[in-house]
Write a new protein. Structure first.
Lengths: 290, 266
């Protein structure tokens, strides 16, 4: 521990080394790559080779080309919808968990969070097979008489991306909402009850407002994770389900235009930073500390 | 939470069940297929078989990818636990520059993996580092560092200062205090962080796809195979991985949830 003011020279050297390492590690492997990445977005490409001369061309192309802005916007809408679906499903579940007592509460929470750590690629593949023409969803809908015959509505389009991402990201919405619900002091609820409020009134006027910070964090988590994903759209989106992440990824593969890809990443990063800041701003819990 | 009237409890329980079913159905599909034959979306329940597991043992391609994943995971854990703990020790109780560097450490975890991955890809190219397992390990370490750092820092913050002070009062040197007081107190947080780091590294796909060389890890290998469709032995692999992951989760929970809290709840 360097701050204890050691006098031995060897310890001082060690603490100097630790200081240098402590600063160097994050700076070299995080900040420098991001900085180079940013600089790249101002370069151009000429016949497959990168031209190291500063230009705003990539950004001009992003804003003027009729392809990119609509896809960008559609992707944002898609990810907001994913966040909304996740919250609609996660809120009741988190609320239910919070009403449970003792051991059950955490066991069930764990049960709902564990799927997060399970192979992402496999989950996408399995969801695709569930949504597919011969998949379980179509079989169930036909058996229930909702559909006359299996439909291709759920796979290889935007719907498929929406459903798959929602399914993958629900646990990220459950946790913050659960934590904010858990933090609400019991005394507030009892006070509301004592003052004659009905259960529904207590929920609307005490629980819901106090859990909104959790909802905001959940929304920003899910949105950020959804918008950065390029594997899911690639796998279940088919030709019509084109998202920003896919375009971005293709700049480093088939299109081979790294500087333009870097510029697209900057645009993506801007949206992500906004989402995180909004989540942070509204995600601060107020009035729950008694 | 207050006790709820019955109908709403039933409604909430129903939604929770639905969520659990939605979350587990994608995991259920490969596990069932690992024991039964599925053709045209219909499961043949009549004849359970372990043939997929036998086929898996013969699939050298997948086993090599699994080995690569384990190597990468272990290297990532060692690097991230050592550097994460050092960073946590360094920043604990230090104000100057902490929030800024902490922000940098958290960036790769907050940013979409595609941005971290592409930034590293360009970085490796600029410094002339060939894409290989080394670049994958660096990518994973940068990604999971925040988790280990935060886990250890939280433990440090909850550790009573009086312990360290008592150690100094009793004449221990800085090193002795570190080895005999601080490190033992941090060990369970470090193990918990290591397990989480391993689990994240084991399944990391997006950064890996961008920075990997010719040797691919398991998720990347599966990703490449998925375009063509999986052979049945992949289902066996999935079932095994899921069991392994559950084990990791249980272990992580054991080390990360403080002992008092666990007994309090029972």
């Amino acid at each position: 521990m360097s701050k204890t003011g050691s006098t031995q020279p060897s310890e001082r050297q060690l603490s100097l080394l630790v200081t240098v390492l402590a600063f160097a590690l994050p700076v070299v492997f995080v900040l420098v790559p991001l900085a180079i990445f940013l600089v790249y977005s101002f370069f151009g490409v000429d016949q497959g080779t990168i031209v190291y001369a500063p230009t705003l061309g990539n950004y001009v192309r992003f804003f003027t080309d009729p392809i990119f802005l609509p896809v960008f916007w559609n992707t944002i809408v898609l990810c907001v919808s994913v966040a909304a679906i996740c919250i609609l499903l996660a809120y009741p579940a988190a609320y239910f968990l919070a009403t449970l007592k003792g051991r059950w509460r955490y066991a069930l929470l764990m049960l709902l969070l564990v799927p997060l750590l399970m192979s992402y690629v496999i989950k996408i593949y399995a969801i695709r097979s569930i949504l597919g023409l011969n998949g379980f969803l179509n079989k169930a809908l036909v058996a229930l008489g909702i559909l006359q015959q299996p439909s291709t509505l759920f796979v290889f389009n935007m719907n498929a991306i929406l459903l798959t991402l929602s399914l993958l990201l629900i646990p990220f919405a459950i946790l913050p909402i659960f934590l904010s619900l858990e933090r609400i002091p019991q005394t507030l609820l009892r006070a509301s009850d004592d003052l004659g409020a009905s259960g529904w009134q207590t929920f609307l006027r005490i629980t819901l407002p106090l859990s909104l910070p959790g909802v905001a964090s959940a929304a920003s988590f899910v949105f950020v994770l959804a918008i950065g994903d390029f594997l899911t759209p690639q796998m279940v989106g088919g030709i019509s389900g084109f998202t920003f992440g896919r375009i971005l990824y293709s700049q480093f593969g088939t299109a081979y235009n790294w500087p333009f890809g870097a510029a697209l990443s900057v645009a993506l990063a801007m949206v992500v930073i906004c989402a995180i800041l909004i989540g942070e701003r509204f995600g601060r819990s107020r009035g729950t500390s008694l | 939470m207050n006790a709820l009237p019955r109908p709403s409890t039933i409604f909430l329980a129903a939604i929770t069940t639905l969520v659990a079913v939605l979350l587990y159905s994608p995991l259920f599909v490969p596990i069932v297929s690992s024991f039964f034959t599925i053709s045209q979306g219909n499961v043949d329940w009549s004849s359970p078989t372990l043939s997929t597991y036998a086929a898996l043992a013969e699939n050298h391609d997948i086993l090599a990818a699994l080995r690569t994943t384990l190597i990468v995971g272990v290297c990532t854990v060692i690097l991230s636990v050592v550097s994460g703990t050092l960073l946590a020790l360094y920043y604990h109780g230090r104000r100057s520059g902490r929030s800024f560097l902490q922000f940098i450490i958290f960036l790769p975890f907050l940013m979409p993996p595609i941005i971290s991955g592409l930034a590293l890809l360009i970085f490796f190219r600029e410094i002339g580092l060939e894409r290989s397992l080394l670049t994958v390990v660096i990518g994973h370490t940068v990604f999971v560092l925040a988790i280990v750092y935060r886990t250890v820092l939280m433990r440090l913050q909850s550790m009573s200062r009086t312990l360290v002070e008592a150690s100094y009062d009793l004449g221990a040197t800085g090193w002795q205090t570190f080895w005999r007081i601080i490190l033992p107190n941090l060990s369970s947080a470090m193990v918990g962080g290591a397990i989480l780091a391993f689990a994240l590294s084991f399944d990391e796909t997006m950064i890996t796809i961008l920075v990997t060389g010719t040797q691919s890890t398991l998720p990347v290998r599966l990703w490449a195979m998925m375009r063509l469709g999986f052979s049945p032995d992949i289902n066996a692999l999935v079932a095994l991985i899921l069991m392994f992951t559950v084990l990791l989760c249980v272990l992580a929970a054991r080390f990360l949830i403080p002992r008092q809290m666990a007994t309090e709840r029972t």
